[in-house]
Design a binder for this molecule. Sequence first.
Ligand code: GLN
Ligand code: ZN
Length: 759
Amino acid sequence: MAQAHNLGFPRIGTRRELKFALEDYWKQKTTADELLTSAAALRAQNWHAQADLDLAPVGDFSLYDHVLDMSFTLGHLPERVQGLKGSQLDDYFRVARGRSPADCGCSGVAAGEMTKWFDTNYHYIVPEVAEGTEFSLNSQRLVNQITEARSAGVTPKPVIIGPVTYLWLCKARDGYERLELLERRLLPVYGQLLEQLADLGVDWVQVDEPVLVTELDADWKLAFETAYHQLKGSRTKLLLTTYFGALGENLQQACNLPVAGLHVDAIRGRQEVDAVVDWLPPHKVLSMGVINGRNIWKTDLRAVLEWLAPIHDKLGDRLWVAPSCSLLHVPVDLALETGLDPEIRSWLAFATQKLDELRVLRTALNHGTDAVATQLADNARAIASRRASTRVHNPNVKEQAQAITPELGERQSPYSVRAEKQAAALKLPHYPTTTIGSFPQTTDIRKTRLAYRKQEISHELYVTTMKAEIEHAVREQEKLGLDVLVHGEAERNDMVEYFGEQLEGYLFTRFGWVQSYGSRCVKPPILYGDIQRPGPMTVEWIAYARSLTDKPLKGMLTGPVTILNWSFVRDDQPRRDTAFQLALAIRQEVLDLEAAGVNIIQIDEAALREGLPLRRSQWQDYLDWAVDAFRITANAVSDTTQIHTHMCYSEFNDIIRDIARMDADVITIETSRSAMELLDVFEEFRYPNEIGPGVYDIHSPNIPSREQIVSLMSKAAERVPAERLWVNPDCGLKTRQWEEVVPALENMVAAAKELRQAG
Ligand code: GLN
Ligand code: ZN
């Protein structure tokens, strides 16, 4: 019999129960016992939803982060939390969130660094290693949950992060070579863990090694040999689990490591499934991830069954079916979305529905398609409806996208010519000061937006209130003496949602939450159809702001690549095509703003870098179309209109050429935390256009002093000619208070004045 199993289930609960349980506990509204009870209830629910699978994941649930859980399982805590008073749970949250001195009875604990889990929007706590790092087994969590799972009636398949991926995720201090820990420090502990699991009667262990879908150096490839040969004696069977991409040049190695089974991402690695089937030794299980764990679309079950039939004939019981990766990355249950348009809803599948699909596949494989004829017919209807729907396919949009030519992305003149014209038109001083767009989103602003959303206040009242906020932001900026003002973004809840809500082809869910980290969840909008802009989206607000002041005012838009990367997008056309449709829509907005007299326009691309594929060999292809999409959006304007872009990150080393190709007149970036060193790459590349390196970190409530800012800008001026430098914060100010913003910007403006006098 072909088996069906799952790699991981969302932890947050259908209504984000975990988030609220955590926050109550952190606020000391509940006790540790109450938190643990809520967590156990969520696990029970999840297992209930998976009880009829042949194997259900255990240990995938986490109170905060599964990488942090693995660190605890390996007895691997940062030194700074060792020996503090309190429980293991206290230590856990100390690493997860950091603690002030009052909380820990110590001098304070810094949180572990957080970074993105491969190319997802999930963030994990980076384990820290150094020479002398030791591991010791702490299997209590896993052992308890295996017992729990069994009493919930499931056959447990413990999930652990494999040793090589674990080390790869670690950050080493002082240039230490992480792999030195593998053989003698780390693997013995993995060995003990597997022994314990065998003693508990565990049959299969899911060992996650997603680094196998990335390009590996020789020593990392060797590490796989070392690790799995050393663990070979284990009495449990290991399912070597890879996801988020194709194995590529690691395929043969992955097939041949001495384990009992291999899971492959058959969605992103579809093209290599045949090769895997050929290469896999005859005693091994092949688990095929045929249900997309990274999007929210229904699977075309008939197509999958047709594809699987010959593989099933060949492998028989050795074929397992599963989602491509953990379902952590999709919302929990579509059943809650009662308000969605029924037609569009029929195209969707969240985690719970994806498990239903898995069951249908299993039954069809084992008992023939007749056994699930109704389900297959329903599925086929939904797939056909989506394929043909006029809501998805808009011939006008397709035609416009087809008509895109390279000229669409060309400015009238090169930067040097534009710069002169813009200087003459804008008459800005050297070291012009500006902000990144948003001003504090006060409780009043949030309340008004919410009331309007719930239709508790009229459109007129909403507009007047927002305009008052805009006026307030403009007056404050005038008082501060900033050179280029913004409208402050009071009307925006979120930089993607705001645009998505106004574009045709977008859909918003009520409960479609996905964990981003710990208790934080995001609700990515769903881009389901050809993108069209029914009308201007920002002009009313920005033109109003402009009418209030004689100072130059910068209009604010979100770029196509960021909108794309922060949404669930279509799987029926390449991402590039979707990006271009978004680009055409926002291009219209740019032109409307320009026509309304807004002659500085910022197009934020905060998420451009994070869209980079996992494999470097695919970077250039992505960058090429991503930059093209930006150029199409931005470059229709006349020479005198100044285009800004903003990116709140700091790593440009690998992509500086592409950043330059965007050809924005001004780019503002995050730099304050690195003492301007990351401008080195701009200097080396001789980046030709203007740059606003962020002079203070908006994530911190600290007020930067004038001296600090002057000193940072002086460092910047060593790398970039002063006449091409702007002075601005790292990012938008929406999470700050006015009391913090005003003195910080006062110092920033004073610093710019000092720099001008000195220069
Ligand atoms: N313009 C946006 C703001 O100021 C930019 C946000 C971002 O880069 N994340 O809030
Ligand atoms: Zn930013």
